[in-house]
Design a protein around this ligand. Structure first.
Ligand code: PRT
Ligand code: MG
Length: 211
C-alpha cells in the first residue's frame, strides 16, 4: 500500500489532474466527505488529507510514503530528512514582504509579522536588517494596520488580499511551487511502486511544459 499525503485546499485542486494522469482517482470528494483517508481507483494507493503544514511531518515519519507540499512549508519545516524529487509546478505564488501603501522603505530595526518565522529570520539576517519576528497563525495582513508590526512576510498570488487591506508587496523572497516529497526509507523499500509514479508525474509535467 502506498500512502500519499495531500492538503485539502488549493494544492488538492491542482494535484488532482496530476494524480489522475497517474491513474489515481479518489473515490470520495474531500470537500463533501469528512473522511481523512481516501481510497482511490487504485487498490494499492490511498490519500491522507491533512493540513498543508503537516505534510512534511507525515512523510518524514513514514506515516505517508510521499506527499505534496508547498516550497514555503518545506523551507520552514526543513527538508533534510526528505527526498524532494520533483517540482510539480502547481499552486504557484510568491513569498514576499509587504507593508502599508506609501509607508517608508523597510530599514532599521523592524517588527515583522509572519507564520514563516525561520524563513523570515534568515531572509532579514542575510540582508543585515535587525528584525523582530512575531509569529502569527493567520490574518497576517492585519498586523501592520493595528501597529503590531511594520511589515509582513506572506504568500502573494493575485495581490488582491494585500490590496483589500491597504498593503503593497515590497520585496520578493522567493518563488513558490508545490513539490513532491518522498520518505527516505519508502524510496528504498517501495522503489518498485514509487519509481513508476515518479516517472508518470515527470511525463505529465513534460507534456505540460511542451503545450
Ligand atoms: O492549513 P492551511 O490553511 O495553512 O493550508 P490550506 O489548507 O489552505 O492548504 P492548501 O492546500 O490551500 O495549500 C496551501 C499552500 O498553497 C501554501 O503552502 C502555498 O504553497 C500554496 N499557495 C499558493 C498559497 C497561495 N498560493 C496563496 N495565495 N497559499 C496561500 N495563499 C494565501 C496567502 O497566504 C494570502 O492570504 O492567499 C492570500 C493571497 O492571495 P492573493 O491572490 O490575494 O494574492
Ligand atoms: Mg488555507
Amino acid at each position: 500500500m502506498l500512502t500519499i499525503a495531500v492538503s485539502k485546499g488549493r494544492i488538492y485542486e491542482d494535484a488532482l489532474p496530476l494524480l489522475e494522469e497517474a491513474g489515481i482517482v479518489p473515490i470520495d470528494d474531500p470537500k463533501k466527505s469528512r473522511k481523512l483517508i481516501l481510497q482511490t481507483s487504485r487498490e494499492d494507493v490511498r490519500l491522507v488529507i491533512i493540513r498543508a503544514t503537516d505534510v512534511p511531518t507525515f512523510v518524514e515519519y513514514g506515516a505517508a510514503d510521499m506527499g505534496i507540499a508547498g516550497k514555503d512549508v518545506l523551507l520552514e519545516h526543513g527538508a533534510e530528512n526528505l527526498y524532494e524529487p520533483l517540482d510539480l509546478g502547481i499552486a504557484g505564488c510568491r513569498l514576499m514582504t509587504a507593508a502599508p501603501v506609501g509607508a517608508p522603505p523597510i530599514s532599521g530595526r523592524i517588527r515583522v509579522a509572519t507564520k514563516y518565522v525561520k524563513t523570515a529570520q534568515s531572509y532579514f539576517a542575510d540582508l543585515g536588517i535587525q528584525a523582530e519576528i512575531i509569529k502569527l497563525y493567520g490574518s497576517m495582513e492585519l498586523a501592520p494596520l493595528v501597529s503590531l508590526a511594520d511589515c509582513i512576510v506572506d504568500l502573494v498570488d493575485t495581490g488582491n488580499t494585500l490590496k483589500a487591506n491597504g498593503l503593497e508587496a515590497r520585496d520578493l523572497i522567493t518563488h513558490i511551487t508545490s513539490r513532491l516529497v518522498v520518505n527516505k526509507a519508502s524510496m528504498k523499500m517501495k522503489h518498485r511502486d514509487i519509481q513508476p509514479l515518479l516517472d508518470q508525474f515527470e511525463v505529465t509535467l513534460q507534456q505540460r511544459n511542451n503545450s
